[in-house]
Design a protein around this ligand. Structure first.
Ligand code: PLP
Length: 375
């Protein structure tokens, strides 16, 4: 039986009628940008994350960019970001003329730590942007402690991790601001691009983010600063609102599959494949990705083996950001972030979407076990 990496059709079928009804009402009202649905979604997601304010944005990338702009990040500033993440985390820093300063990761979590961040701080550091990769929180208490000691604001990149928890708190309750993405492959996915910026409690930052979203304009046609067009549209907001009720069930579905994989593949040795860990105290991994480590240079062969069995998999991410051609002028060298480079060579994400049947999970696990000569 073929198993795709991700199949969005079943979850979208579950909300189809509600969305069609919503779009019908939207066409009747014909108000398509920053309307009632966006405002309601902002209230609902602020409550979901346990934060004071939320601003609906056009994408996760723009949700990060606007947060940096609200902090006044500019040319000459440094922003600390992980090297092993999706490109946007560092791309938004460069777009403001600032310098992404890369840090390595903790191999147990794929995320950066307080100690790694502290070692990268200089007098030019103006923000720290840890990423909660794959659905697991970074070491936020330690990172926030270091940030507070140096008086540097923290922006959480929770683009893959809305709903993740750790140390008794939610993604979005640690940093001054947090970016969420609703790209369709996320646990809460729109029907296109969308994102949202959480502002934990600072009302001034909230008004700044809102104004920057619409070209720095307040009131209409008075521009206080050069902002952006980062507006969320009503169709995306109504889709996200229709899905929000189901999000907890979907998170738990992914977690159930993760536990099943752990049980079924427990005989695999550490030098064959390592399963992702629930390495955060008092927390919850939401498994936007279920990412294995395949050491010993066998990752690509395992992926080819799965492909031959029509089983989907993906490599997030094959090249670290410090090795990307566009950042060559920053002067980083191969070997500088050994754990990140090792992760890029070893990771393989396998299907974990909530609607998978046990037969599909078995197909994936049997494919992996078969590759290592197990049953
Ligand atoms: C870690 C991370 N940061 C930022 C983004 C950017 O989000 P978007 O694709 O919605 O712009 C993503 C999404 O893919 C992401 O995974």
């Amino acid at each position: 039986m073929p198993v795709p990496m991700l199949d969005l059709a079943p979850q979208n079928a579950a909300v189809k009628q509600k969305v069609l009804d919503g779009i019908g009402a939207l066409i009747d009202r014909s108000s398509f940008i920053l309307g009632d649905n966006v405002r309601s979604l902002e209230t609902e997601i602020a409550a979901y994350a346990g934060a004071k304010f939320a601003v609906g944005m056009s994408s996760g990338t723009d949700a990060q960019l606007v947060a940096l702009m609200a902090l006044g990040i500019k040319a000459g500033d440094e922003v600390i970001v992980p090297s092993f993440t999706f490109f946007a985390t560092a791309g938004v820093v460069s777009r403001l003329g600032a310098k992404p300063v890369f840090v390595d990761l903790d191999p147990a979590t794929f995320n950066t730590t307080g100690a790694l961040v502290e070692a990268a701080i200089t007098p030019r550091t103006k923000a720290i942007m840890p990423v909660h990769l794959f659905g697991l929180l970074a070491e936020m208490p330690a990172i926030c402690e270091v940030a507070a000691k140096h008086g540097i604001p923290v922006i959480e990149d929770a683009c893959q991790s809305m709903g993740a928890k750790g140390w008794g708190l939610n993604a979005g309750q640690f940093g001054e601001m947090t970016a969420f993405s609703f790209y369709p492959t996320k646990n809460l996915g729109a029907f296109g691009d969308a994102g949202l910026t959480i502002i934990r409690e600072d009302e001034d930052l909230y008004y700044r983010v809102k104004r920057l979203r619409v070209h720095g304009m307040e009131p209409i046609y008075v521009h206080h600063e050069v902002g952006m067009n980062g507006r969320m549209d009503e169709v995306q907001a109504l889709v996200l609102r229709a899905k929000l009720d189901m999000l907890e069930v979907w998170h738990e579905g992914r977690r159930k599959h993760a536990a099943w994989y752990h049980g079924r593949m427990k005989e695999l040795a550490a030098d064959e494949a390592l399963m992702p860990l629930e390495a955060v105290p008092d927390g919850r991994h939401i498994y936007n990705q279920f990412t294995l480590r395949v050491p010993g240079g066998k990752r690509d062969a395992l992926q080819a083996h799965l492909k031959a069995l029509s089983i989907g998999s993906a490599i997030y991410y094959p090249i670290c950001l410090h090795e990307q051609p566009c950042f060559a002028d920053l002067g980083y060298k191969k070997g500088q972030f050994p754990e990140s480079e090792k992760a890029a060579a070893e990771v393989l994400s396998i299907p974990v979407f909530p609607e998978m049947s046990e037969a599909m999970l078995e197909e994936v696990a049997a494919g992996i076990l078969g590759f290592f000569g197990r049953k």
